[in-house]
Design a protein around this ligand. Structure first.
Ligand SMILES: Nc1ncnc2c1ncn2[C@@H]1O[C@H](COP(=O)(O)OP(=O)(O)OP(=O)(O)O)[C@@H](O)[C@H]1O
Length: 381
């Protein structure tokens, strides 16, 4: 059984529409309700910055800093978990160069080497309305979703992806500059082959483990089982051949593809072109052809299975951010979601304009009302 990790206290300074906020949080379900524009998603965004990356909106930090503030922002969380309380702080300082150097992270008062260090203490996973178009939408969004799923069980994945992108940008520059510097190409392509195959292997492993977890969803679950797979040459090869052989083949393919890629002005093959393929198992239908509600239910099933996997792999329960989760779910599905969340023992933040959608959680959740930069207990909850 993974041990529960949860945020017991959250403090925001100059974060979006919050000038200063300090709230105590319960360990299970937490419901934020309030009018449109009150600041519910902003709270989830703050929590999503407790994991590496730019958070659930992928916004530039300059946009996150409160309008009318000093161009900086800070957030601070107190975590309670198996290792006792941990204090995590992150933000950017104000002034002319706000955010230029990325955001700073402090853990228990000491500067972290990188944002990846936060993964030692907590894993955060989210589902937002922006992800409703994930299946019919562009492959890049599914790749990003997939890579976030990998990161939650394999903290080295972020650095790997950055190294690959950096090398690929270098190669693309050589291509567009029409460079013939073979030694320089060789060096960059070797790096792309190493990191690219590592990325493909990590994705393939995640899909294998997650598929096994999805199989544990009951066949009659309101969140249908998904068949998941990867579309990508490297991901296919790593399943069947030793990584060194795949690396060598990819390195050779890159070298042989230079003229073609030069004509295209960019690298045409590699894990940056792969895709996550999802099918609705009970309907035997590609996910992108399912109804909006069916797609949402599929996605919820994947995210819940992934939460279970993350707990089992990392030994700590992930923190779930479920923005406007009740909107597309009928009351039966909502009740099923709440009981799965309780069984997973995760701290789960849920938002909605109407607290009544969460009424079956009365007495089992913390209800907070958000009102233009303030947060207080919801009356009648
Ligand atoms: N940098 C910023 N400084 C001040 N206010 C901001 C900043 N960025 C966004 N806001 C404000 O935050 C509010 C949006 O908050 P948020 O998206 O959290 O709303 P919400 O409660 O989730 O609403 P909805 O129910 O419509 O999704 C808007 O009023 C917006 O103007």
């Amino acid at each position: 059984m993974p041990e529960q990790t949860y945020i017991s206290k959250l403090r925001l300074t100059n974060f979006r529409n919050y000038a200063a906020l300090s709230i105590e949080l319960a360990s299970g379900a937490v419901v934020f309700s309030g009018d449109n524009g009150a600041g519910k998603t902003n709270l989830l965004e703050a929590i999503s910055l407790l994991t590496p990356g730019r958070g659930l909106r992928r916004a530039p930090y300059a946009d996150v800093a409160r309008e009318g503030g000093d161009s900086g922002f800070a957030l601070h969380a107190r975590l309670d978990g198996p290792d006792g309380p941990v204090e995590i702080g992150t933000g950017i300082s104000g002034g002319d160069n706000a955010g230029d150097g990325g955001r700073r992270v402090r853990i228990n008062g000491a500067a972290a080497r990188s944002a990846d260090d936060m993964l030692e203490w907590l894993r955060v996973v989210w589902l937002t309305p922006a992800m409703d178009g994930l299946f019919p939408g562009p492959a890049a969004d599914r790749r990003r979703f997939l890579d976030r799923l990998v990161l939650a069980i394999d903290p080295g994945h972020g650095a790997r992806a950055l190294d690959y992108e950096k090398a690929m940008r270098g190669r693309n520059r050589l291509l567009t500059e029409n460079s013939r510097d073979g030694a320089w190409f060789d060096a960059i392509e070797t790096q792309m082959a190493e990191t690219g195959v590592a990325i493909a292997a990590a994705r393939a492993e995640l899909v294998r483990l997650l598929a096994a977890m999805i199989d544990r969803l009951p066949g009659d679950s309101p969140f249908p089982q998904a068949d998941i797979g990867l579309f990508g040459e490297l991901e296919g090869e790593v399943a069947n051949s030793p990584a060194v052989d795949v690396e060598e083949r990819f390195r050779r393919a890159l070298a042989e593809g230079r003229d073609r890629d030069r004509a295209a002005g960019r690298t045409l093959d590699g894990p940056h072109r792969s895709d996550l393929v999802v099918r609705h198992r009970p309907k035997a239908m590609p996910a992108e052809l399912c109804s909006t509600g069916e797609q949402k239910a599929l996605l919820v099933g994947i995210v819940l299975s992934h939460a279970r996997l993350t707990g089992e792999m990392s030994g700590m329960t992930p923190i779930l951010l479920l923005d406007e989760i009740a909107a597309h779910l009928d009351s039966g599905r909502r009740a099923a979601l709440f009981s799965i969340l309780e069984e997973l023992n995760c701290q789960a933040f849920m938002t909605g304009t109407d607290a009544a959608l969460f009424s079956s959680l009365k007495g089992r959740a913390q209800f907070l009302t958000v009102d233009h930069g303030t947060v207080g207990p919801t009356e009648d909850a």
